[in-house]
Design a protein around this ligand. Structure first.
Ligand code: SF4
Length: 373
């Protein structure tokens, strides 16, 4: 018998159906065995090769010896009184290239939010982030490295498996954790194709949202994709001067150009754009801001999510309830669909980046007791 070459990239997680069919053939198996691996891994969430009982025993043995299903490891879990679980996940070496061109281990955050009829999972697309939004703790980490498609999907699988006994029929996924998804485009879209594939993880595109700080070339690229999640744009300001102050990316992609890209974006019949607006007390929460935001989004099929600032160790104020309500009412009276969204799990370091910062610089925040991983 001829010796076969070892599998080049042994991690099965993150591989597309086509890649798994090619891998099956490289192992001397018919291509359809790759489709079976794909189905077992993503549709049935069988995260151990030994559980893939649709495969012949000899193939399982070969995969066990030569491949891996590398899931992120739960380093800590913080359980909130509202049921939210915030995970600190450790990624092993072998990820995408990072700050020093290295492929290194990293720590990221993933959040699982149970609701009455569904769960929402908030995933990271990069470890750290280079975009430098001044209201975001992740920005203080800088970009550590891009995540691979397997690491993005792995967060969803870990969160689902860790809450297996209480899962509701519907899963929502939001790409709103650490990182700017459109600056890790290829890995994010590889993961999205598997997530949204009815033969893969089978999540509906109506239930998956990619949130961007406004990377226009990425929005234009996303517009051309046949399979894609919904798009949310993190606006957070009512003028360029204001946005420049908290989101330096605005100097590169100012509001008018960003909104032009949004106008060109081909929405599906059921789809609306989402604009996220973090309300920073005394900074961008005045009635004039609300009126300007209403004008900015007036000719777009869009809704606005107002997110009252979740106090962290940054110099911003929580907006007061009357200002939040006044802001909401102005938008609503101008015909803009508007919702107020409070961060879940505020008692367990609910602001974006807080957990990772705690992990990377343990003295930097007030530590709370983890619920235990
Ligand atoms: S808000 Fe998002 S894009 Fe901005 S620095 Fe934080 S993680 Fe990056």
């Amino acid at each position: 018998m001829t010796a076969r070459a070892p599998i080049q990239d042994p991690n099965l997680l993150g591989k597309s159906a086509e890649e798994l069919r090619t891998l099956a053939q490289a192992l001397g198996e018919p291509a359809y065995r790759g489709s079976q691996i794909y189905h077992a891994l993503y549709a049935e969430r069988r995260v151990e090769v030994a559980q893939m009982t649709s495969l012949p025993a000899a193939l399982r043995e070969r995969l066990l010896a030569e491949s891996a299903i590398a899931l992120p490891r739960i380093r800590k879990t913080y359980r909130s009184a509202d049921g939210t679980a915030r995970y600190v996940l450790a990624l092993d070496r072998g990820g995408a290239e990072g700050r020093e061109g290295s492929r290194g281990s990293a720590t990221i955050e993933t959040v699982f939010m149970p609701e009455e009829r569904r769960q929402t999972i908030c995933v990271s697309t990069q470890a750290g982030c280079a975009v430098d939004c001044h209201f975001c703790l992740t920005a203080t980490l800088g970009l550590i490295r891009n995540l691979t498609a397997g690491e993005i999907l792995g967060q969803i699988i870990v969160a689902l498996e860790n809450n297996r006994d209480t899962l509701k029929p519907q899963t929502n996924v939001v790409l709103m954790g650490q990182g700017e998804p459109l600056l890790n485009y290829d890995a994010v879209m590889t993961a999205m194709r598997i997530l949204l594939d009815p033969n893969g993880m089978g999540v509906s595109p109506r239930h998956v949202t990619l949130s961007t700080s406004g990377i226009i070339p990425g929005i234009e690229r996303l517009a051309k994709e046949k399979v894609r999640p919904k798009l949310a744009v993190s606006l957070n300001a009512s003028s360029d001067a204001q946005r420049d102050e908290i989101m330096p990316i605005n100097r590169k992609y100012p509001i008018a150009k960003l909104l032009e890209a949004c106008r060109e974006y081909p929405l599906r019949p059921w789809e609306k754009l989402t604009f996220e607006y973090v309300l920073l007390g005394g900074f961008n929460d005045a009635p004039e801001d609300a009126r300007r935001v209403a004008r900015l989004v007036s000719n777009l099929r869009a809704k606005v999510n107002l997110i009252p600032w979740n106090p962290g160790d940054l110099p911003y104020q929580k907006p007061d309830a009357a200002r939040i309500e006044a802001f909401r009412r102005i938008l609503s009276e101008k015909g803009v669909p508007v919702f107020v969204r409070y961060s879940r799990g505020q008692d367990v370091l609910g602001a974006c980046g807080q957990l990772a910062l705690l992990e990377s610089a343990p003295g930097s925040l007030t530590q709370i007791s983890p619920a235990g991983a």
